[in-house]
Design a protein around this ligand. Structure first.
Ligand SMILES: [Zn+2]
Length: 177
């Protein structure tokens, strides 16, 4: 597993490219990593639905909770499944649509300058050891390649307080510090 800097893609990682991205603002490189938690349907793991959401293929009629989500245009650079398997949806060179209205240390629009990583999980179920293992392999690589300081790994709840709670109290930050 390594980052191809030219393409912004992980080599040796499954690619499921999302239509939900655009260019980062001119001259802006990633210098923040935002960790998220997601599960579809909420609280269920292992289905195809997160990838379907990020590719614009979530069928509204497959679950009641999908009705309001099916028309969302959201993505992340990476998803880490419960078994630790990473999947890439957007090149790190591009802007994924994961953080929404957000700010970190007074700087707004975190999507412009961040890498978004979704972990399959919920706020109240412990994340899997395999997911932490993947993060421990992945995060130092991203920090190194993009020269991001180690203290700039935050949760969605940190950049959108009051609006977002993920990755939640179930995320054990000591596992990646
Ligand atoms: Zn989130």
């Amino acid at each position: 597993m390594r980052v191809d800097v030219a393409t912004g893609l992980m080599v040796g990682v499954q690619q499921v490219l999302s239509p939900f991205f655009d260019e980062r603002p001119a001259g802006v490189a990633p210098d923040l990593i935002v960790l998220h938690g997601i599960s579809l349907p909420p609280g269920e793991f292992g289905g195809p639905w997160i990838a379907r959401l990020f590719t614009g293929n979530l069928p509204a009629d497959a679950h009641p909770s999908f009705v309001e989500r099916a028309s969302l245009k959201v993505s992340a650079h990476l998803l880490i499944r419960r078994d630790g398997e990473p999947v890439q949806f957007v090149s790190f060179n591009d802007r994924a649509w994961h953080a929404g209205k957000s700010a970190w240390q007074g700087r707004e629009a975190c999507n412009d300058y961040s890498i978004g990583i979704e972990c399959e999980g919920t706020d109240d179920v412990p994340y899997d050891a395999a997911q932490y293992g993947t993060l421990r392999a992945l995060l130092p690589m991203l920090l190194d390649v993009y020269a991001i300081p180690g203290d700039r790994i935050v949760g969605h709840s940190d950049v959108a307080p009051g609006r977002k709670t993920d990755p939640g109290a179930s995320f054990d930050w000591s596992q990646i510090r």
